[in-house]
Design a protein around this ligand. Structure first.
Ligand code: GDP
Length: 424
């Protein structure tokens, strides 16, 4: 049985927590896209962890954690994260890495930074983890799959060829120091040594696992609105954030993905530039940011303050739709307990017309939120275990959102810890 856990919004919906929780019943947890450019926060008996590349099943000894071929594999970052969890008392996680995974190069980070510098005030607000240059190279066919690290002569030759064009760019576009082929070769040999113990033929591995009825969890990073096709292009990420991409990024047969659990956040938050219709500002935003998530809404990878907004029914319904959602996990609901009234965005006004279907970016930039105000519940709902025990206005909020999403909310998260969960 294959399940996917993905985000409906801009990311940071609390997928890490839900994955960590569901990992207990899984044999395999797989990262199938993205890279180390976002973080999952997990709080469990070992403490609080910000994972970037490690799959969220890493705290569970019964789970094999796979880095799928669709991921931007930052080898030093992966090894650093493994060392970090081990140094904090977690038993060494079971990690496997697809031999078809592509390797994030040191120069991808440089090019990411140089391009943002060049763009100056037009920049994307990249995390500078090298993700956009990485995926550009992958699809330009000048990336390196993991197995290439072990083919010495071919590797040397390829480095020379790739650096030829990289150095032309460094010299003439960015005016930065050039790259040295011998140094890069030494670095990549080192990468090879570091990653070797984890490398597997993931296609054969997944085939066997599916055949033997293993429970597999696909763990998405970021959310629908960051998808390069269906998100707010070009303010998106560079690899698909959709559950369906698990078929490509992990090698899962499409018909095997039976459950798509989409994580939806009870209010909105986003990092980076781009249209954000239900965004709020000033004191109202500061208050929500301060109370949000677990100890404030600041990026898990960058520490940047997140942009804040009210719950957006238009964006979230669309976010669920493009994921192919079968059920919703509704998270960080406890955070809203301080509000007398809670506005939610139920439509977008574009050129005098109110729309309910999420539009393309040009229209999104003109859209004004149509707000409906729901009543708050003014209590702390952490610690509540049963749906019936939630305050009436809180249940009304959930049920209103559920109707708007057009998919059942089966999980409600009312606190950052593993046990802060209500199953409906
Ligand atoms: P992810 O990338 O989707 O895993 O999301 P992040 O981990 O970046 O952000 C979610 C933040 O919210 C983290 O700080 C979590 O600890 C926290 N969190 C998750 N679920 C809840 C919840 O139900 N209530 C509260 N207050 N915080 C939560």
């Amino acid at each position: 049985m294959v399940k996917a856990i993905v985000g409906a919004n801009w990311g940071d919906e609390g997928k890490g927590k839900i994955t960590d929780m569901l990992a207990a019943d899984s044999d395999i947890v797989i990262r199938f896209q993205g890279g180390a450019n976002a973080g999952h926060t997990i709080i469990n008996e070992y403490g609080k962890f910000a994972l970037h590349l490690l799959p969220s099943g890493s705290f569970n000894q019964n789970v094999t954690n796979m880095i799928g071929n669709g991921v931007a594999l930052d080898i030093p970052e992966l090894c650093k994260e493994i060392d970090e969890v081990v140094s904090r008392g977690v038993p060494k996680p079971n990690i496997v890495v697809s031999e078809r995974c592509q390797v994030l190069m040191p120069y991808h980070k440089l090019f990411d930074q140089y391009e943002e510098e060049r763009l100056s005030d037009r920049q994307f607000g990249s995390t500078k983890s090298g993700i956009a240059p990485f995926f550009s190279d992958k699809f330009s066919k000048i990336g390196f799959q993991v197995w290439e690290l072990f083919e010495e002569e071919a590797l040397k030759e390829k480095i020379k060829n790739v650096l030829e064009v990289k150095n032309l760019m460094l010299e003439h576009i960015y005016h930065k120091p050039l790259l040295n082929a011998d140094e890069l070769y030494i670095t990549l040999k080192e990468y090879g040594k570091m990653i070797k113990p984890y490398v597997i033929d993931s296609v054969a591995f997944i085939h066997e696992a599916v055949k033997n009825g293993k429970n597999i969890l696909l763990e998405g990073q970021l959310g629908s609105l960051k998808d390069p096709d269906f998100g707010i292009y070009p303010m998106t990420t560079s690899s698909s954030t959709l559950a369906g991409y698990g078929t490509v990024g992990a090698g899962i047969p499409p018909y095997e993905i039976k459950e798509i659990i989409t994580v939806v956040k009870a209010y909105s938050s986003a990092v980076g530039a781009g249209a954000f219709v239900s965004e709020i500002f000033g004191d109202e935003a500061d208050e929500l940011r301060k109370r949000g998530g677990d100890g404030g809404e600041f990026g898990a990878t960058t520490g940047r303050p997140r942009r804040m907004g009210w719950f957006d029914c238009v964006a979230s319904r669309y976010g669920c739709r493009v994921q192919g959602t079968t059920q919703v996990a509704f998270t960080v609901l406890d955070v809203l307990g301080y509000l007398d009234e809670i506005p939610v965005c139920v439509g977008y006004e574009v050129d005098g017309e109110v729309i309910r279907d999420f539009p393309t970016t040009n229209k999104l930039e003109k859209a004004k939120p149509v707000l409906k105000v729901l009543k708050g519940w003014k209590t702390d709902i952490r610690g509540i275990k049963k749906y019936e025990d939630l305050p009436e206005n809180c249940r009304k909020y959930i049920e209103f959102v559920e109707k708007e999403l057009e998919v059942p909310i089966t999980i409600v998260s009312n606190g950052p810890a593993r046990e802060d969960i209500i199953l409906r």
